[in-house]
Design a protein around this ligand. Structure first.
Ligand code: CP
Length: 332
């Protein structure tokens, strides 16, 4: 079994995972299901939270993390089927995975979108190439489309701060000097919908998240007693919100043309920022962000340093949720 996204998880399955994470957090579960085992962590991109929390989590479960950075601490990696490898790639993903699983009981993979070709990148080609060749579980540590470890930690944070009922949860786009991938917002909207929240996704025109995923998410929300609404009106979105989740992401139509996007998005800088004025319109909302965050660009100092901000607790929850995920995938 893999964890590539939460899309195949039931609400009950997510609830069970959050309960397990809370047992780890409160010291009620001290089990060591990874004793004597190693887990590979493959990072194509930089990381603070994911890398540190996975390494610590594996250690606390009794295991040994093996961190690899293709093109850095391991060979450059080719994932395209049938590729003629006469350029800069040294090793093919099939051999990489098949060798690694002789040593390790699972492989975590971080591989961001490169924002070149939306239709291709929405299929998560690198992550899925790992899953295709692996006979051990693959854990998505953020791919082009999904960041399930983050979204599950986010769901835990909302539950801890506001209780387990239905909440008005607003995912708001924010201006950023360059286009970013959309794994975090896709996964957040999906998981919040699966948990039955009233999800509002606010973004300027042209910044739609993956339509197919949003359609699925809306169905999940309805099945769980919630809703999913999409708006271009940031002021209306903030009214009555109980959770403000800020994130910037790139427009799909600009994949392959980031220069044009930078020009296009400039007009949204002043309006699409989380500040005190907007937070005052909410229903005492908590402020969330996956981090890293650019201060006074995505969110003002006064908001991120306020009592409403839960970003550090949110980051801590990555550790507890990932221990629960690894226990579920590898504990048997
Ligand atoms: N939120 C998150 O995944 O942080 P890192 O990129 O630092 O791992």
């Amino acid at each position: 079994m893999n964890l590539l996204s939460t899309i195949d998880m039931t609400r009950d399955g997510i609830e069970r995972l959050l309960e397990s994470a809370l047992r780890f957090k409160h010291g009620d579960d001290l089990s060591k299901p990874l004793a004597g085992k190693s887990v590979a962590l493959v990072f194509f991109n930089p990381s603070l939270r994911t890398r540190a929390s996975m390494q610590v989590g594996i250690y606390e479960l009794g295991g040994n993390p093996v961190v690899l950075e293709p093109g850095g601490t391991s060979w450059t990696l080719e994932h395209r089927e049938g590729a003629v490898m006469d350029s800069d790639k040294t090793e093919y993903v099939a051999e990489f995975v098949r060798v690694l699983e002789r040593y390790c009981v699972a492989i975590g993979v971080r591989t961001f979108a490169v924002l070149k070709n939306w239709q291709e990148e929405r299929t998560d080609p690198v992550l899925n190439s790992f899953a295709n060749y692996a006979s051990v579980p693959i854990i998505n540590l953020e791919s082009a489309m999904h960041h399930p470890c983050q979204s599950l930690a986010d769901m835990l944070t909302i539950r801890e701060k506001l209780g387990s009922g239905r909440k008005r949860v607003v995912l708001t786009w924010a201006w950023h000097p360059k286009p970013l991938p959309m794994a975090v917002p896709n996964s957040f909207a999906l998981a919040a919908a699966q948990m039955g929240h009233d999800v509002v996704v606010a973004h300027p025109p042209g910044y739609e998240l993956d339509e197919e995923l949003m359609t699925r998410s809306r169905l999940f929300a309805h099945e769980s007693g919630g809703n999913l609404e999409i708006t271009n009106d940031i002021d209306a979105a903030f009214s009555g919100a109980e959770v403000i989740y800020a994130k910037s992401w790139g427009g799909k139509e600009f994949y392959g043309n980031t220069e044009q996007e930078t020009i296009t998005r400039a007009k949204y800088r002043r309006k699409w920022i989380v500040d005190e004025e907007k937070m005052a319109r909410t229903n005492d909302a908590i402020f969330m962000h996956c981090l890293p965050v650019r201060r006074n660009v995505i969110v003002t100092d006064r908001v991120i340093d306020s009592a409403a901000s839960v970003v550090i607790d949110e980051a801590e929850n990555r550790l507890h949720v990932q221990k629960a995920i690894m226990t579920e995938l590898l504990g048997g």
